[in-house]
Design a protein around this ligand. Structure first.
Ligand SMILES: Nc1ncnc2c1ncn2[C@@H]1O[C@H](COP(=O)(O)OP(=O)(O)O)[C@@H](O)[C@H]1O
Ligand SMILES: [Mg+2]
Length: 250
């Protein structure tokens, strides 16, 4: 897992040899990961493994202590979150960050406008995406008044409205029922083809992540322990240990 000898791919979102320390404690150690256009990579690992920290690095919210960040071949280390977003990297948040006082439609529209669309085009795009995520009935509702799972859907819609090349989804299905989760899986599965974007999916439900991901990247204690095809990874002893360990502890 040392520095890749290859230059960063011209069409990928990638980090190389990233370490993040908080007061001396390493949340991420020497991590290298690349997300290609139109691929779904599952980022998995027990609580505290460093998954959200990695997403923070990939989106400019956290500057790594060491290592590099490239967006489509451009050195993006030290870029602000807004600049990273402008370069086509969108994310959702574990705890949601919607404009609670704005309507559902306004939340989506603001994101489309921020990505450079005019007001009218932004509205058209927002309406289309809200329809696809199943929120068209809720246009005029205040975002804060939505049920929790609809807020998560709106968070995804908001991210999609910025016309991203890469979508980073931090536990989007958390708190959803099985059927809500099925709906969400269908949306996530459609992202590469429908919107042309690569997806990094953080998800605890192994069934969900195994069935959606082209590749898995497994973190434990801030380190990459395995990467590979889902069927390869699931047979790996270190993977089973990380997960069974967590279930026993839970
Ligand atoms: N801002 C921060 N300051 C100090 N420690 C942090 C901070 N953010 C995360 N950590 C620590 O880094 C580790 C990884 O956290 P996190 O990335 O949230 O893991 P995950 O998303 O996999 O559950 C944890 O030990 C967490 O307590
Ligand atoms: Mg997390």
């Amino acid at each position: 897992m040392n520095a890749s000898p290859h230059p960063p791919a011209a069409d990928a979102l990638s980090i190389s040899s990233v370490t993040v320390r908080f007061q001396g404690l390493a949340a991420i150690s020497d991590c290298t990961l690349s997300l290609a256009p139109r691929e779904i990579v599952g980022l998995v690992g027990p609580n505290g493994a460093g998954k959200t920290t990695l997403v923070n690095v990939l989106t400019g919210f956290q500057k790594p202590t060491e290592g590099s960040l490239h967006i489509e071949g451009r050195d993006a280390l030290g870029w602000s979150p807004a600049k990273v977003r402008g370069a086509g990297v969108a994310r959702t948040f574990q705890a949601g960050r919607l404009f609670g006082n704005l309507s559902v439609l306004e939340n989506a529209q603001v994101s489309a406008i921020a990505s450079g669309l005019g007001k009218r085009a932004a509205r058209v795009r927002a309406e289309a995406i809200l329809e696809e995520v199943g929120l068209s009935q809720a246009h005029d509702q205040q975002a804060a008044s939505l049920p929790y799972t609809d807020q998560r859907r709106l968070d995804i819609a908001r991210a999609l409205c910025s016309q991203p090349k890469f979508m980073l989804l931090d536990e989007p299905a958390a708190g959803m029922s099985d059927s809500e989760c099925e709906d969400l899986m269908a949306i996530i599965r459609s992202l590469p083809e429908r919107y042309g974007c690569g997806v990094l999916l953080i998800e605890h439900n192994m069934h969900v992540v195994m069935s959606l991901s082209d590749r898995l990247h497994v973190l434990d204690g801030g380190r990459t322990i395995i990467t590979g095809l889902p069927e390869e990874v699931s047979r790996h002893e270190a993977f089973l240990k990380a997960y069974l360990g967590e279930e026993i502890a839970a």
